[in-house]
Write a protein that binds this ligand. Structure first.
Ligand code: HAX
Length: 439
């Protein structure tokens, strides 16, 4: 085909020009950034602000100033549980203070009033082909709900700018209330062909409602895992792809439904949220090939084979973090306490012992440490959620809590439409030439 031929013919030269810019002139300054940042996906470029969370490269995430262990300790716990109520985390992200138990319960109660799904949503999901990826169903469901956006309606009625955040909050509460039910319905529909409408139990918290609607486990503790999972996946400052997609779409005054659908579409990439399903897939391949107790040499070779075939090892490395992701540690501790002898958990621990060494030897990844996705699938698998293409949906339910909090605050502070500036490759090369001239 003509387009294919023409592009292929040009590509080697273009690739070489970008390689030269990236490798040999990364430090050359273009206005206030470097060529390395322009051609390197804006890695670490300080150009966003948020007070809801912050990722320190050598420490990991802090939610409103608190590390994950501090957050888990400080937030009020769900009834009969060691894990916090998800409503408490939403309060913390939105308000910036640790809530009392009553305040956290108020958020959960508010969700309960808004959780029911409209009929057309059930109909739409049931009409989709069963082989549709669950993230497609999830994103589509969110988009379909846009019909109910308070923000969109009020905007067209002439809402004042100072009131945007209130309509944004209203949409965010309605949306986050519905996500566990949408996710559970997709799960029951896609894998079990169940079409029955779901019901929220106002006496149960967010995590317990989700666990009950999923109907996955006879093992105690799935509600505990759901609470932990949603909390640790909620926010990771503003620059990661799902958060940034929400922020970018929201900056055009797209409502929370349009913006969160964009966020999910970014989350589903294999370099981002899909890594949790890829990671479990990788682990299961190891088990298939070597059984549950491979030797170190076998694992070492398997990891190298992955790299040599041009693939990444999912669950390892990070755009910002340079240490073991505390979200990984929180999940590992959860699993070690509850099912230390699980075969897949032990396998994940063996991988943890080998992969960082392999990545160090390869010398490309800036961080060889595990990220949040390295173990999350193992925990879901233990509790019976074995359909691993569903895992990114779970990530999406959690991620909504953080990105909608940011969305509300962005509207409250009147953050403007985003519009960074592009350069051509030739312009960048000219800047390099100028920088090389003697003064
Ligand atoms: N396996 C193999 N190669 C890796 C690697 C890994 N786990 N991590 C990084 N690298 C490679 C990169 O592909 C890159 O190679 P090229 O120069 O050939 O392009 C090089 O090392 C430098 O990358 P980096 O600067 O260390 O990392 P990036 O910021 O470019 O990318 C990623 C960060 C998370 C995307 C990367 O580490 C990766 O692909 N990891 C595996 C996939 C994964 O686990 N993703 C989930 C991340 C957490 C998350 O967002 N969850 O939602």
């Amino acid at each position: 085909m003509i387009l294919n031929e023409k592009i292929s013919a040009q590509l080697p030269a273009w690739r070489e020009r970008i390689r030269v810019l990236a490798k040999e002139h990364a430090d050359v300054v273009v206005d206030t950034v470097t060529i390395g940042e322009v051609v390197g996906g804006m890695r670490d470029t300080k150009s966003l602000y948020t007070d809801i969370s912050y990722v320190d490269p050598s420490e990991g995430i802090r939610f409103r100033g608190m590390t994950i262990p501090e957050t888990l300790k400080a937030l009020p716990k769900a009834r009969g549980s060691k894990m916090p109520m998800v409503g408490g985390l939403y309060y913390l992200l939105m308000v910036g203070e640790v809530p009392s138990k009553e305040q956290a319960m108020e958020v959960d109660e508010e969700w309960g009033k808004r959780a029911e799904l409209p009929d057309y949503l059930y109909k739409m999901l049931k009409a989709m082909p069963r082989e549709t990826h669950p993230m497609t169903l999830f994103s589509q469901a969110v988009l379909a709900l846009q019909n109910e956006s308070v923000f969109a309606k009020r905007y067209h009625e002439g809402m004042k700018k100072e009131e945007y955040w209130e309509a944004a909050l209203e949409d965010s509460l309605n949306l986050t209330a519905k996500l566990p039910m949408i996710a559970a319905f997709i799960y029951r529909l896609k894998y079990f062909n169940e079409t029955k409408k779901l019901k929220w139990n106002p006496k149960q918290d967010y995590g317990m409602n989700f666990a009950r609607m999923m109907k996955v486990s006879d093992k105690k503790g799935y509600a505990e895992l759901a609470r932990l999972y949603f909390i640790i996946h909620s926010d990771h400052e503003s620059g990661n792809a799902s958060a940034h997609a929400m922020h970018l779409a929201g900056s055009t005054l797209s409502d929370a439904y349009y913006s969160f659908s964009a966020s999910l579409n970014a989350l589903v990439g294999p370099l981002h949220g899909l890594a949790n399903q890829e990671c479990l897939g990788w682990l299961l391949q190891v088990r298939k090939q070597f059984g549950g107790n491979p030797s170190r040499d076998e694992l070492y070779k398997f990891a190298w084979d992955t790299l040599n075939s041009g693939k990444v090892i999912p669950g390892y490395g990070h755009g910002v973090l340079r240490v073991i992701d505390p979200r990984f540690t929180a999940q590992l501790e959860f699993a070690r306490k509850r099912f230390p002898d699980d075969e897949l958990l032990r396998l994940a621990e063996m991988v943890l012992d080998v992969v960082p060494q392999v990545l160090k030897e390869q010398g490309k990844a800036k961080s060889p440490a595990p990220n949040v996705d390295a173990i999350s699938g193992t925990l879901q698998y233990y509790y019976g959620v074995r359909e691993f293409d569903f895992y990114t949906v779970l990530f999406g339910v959690g991620r909504a809590l953080g990105v909608t909090s940011n969305y509300v605050w962005a509207r409250a502070l009147g953050q403007p439409i985003e519009r960074p500036k592009s350069m051509t490759t030739k312009m960048l090369e000219e800047i390099v030439q100028e920088a090389a001239q003697p003064l």
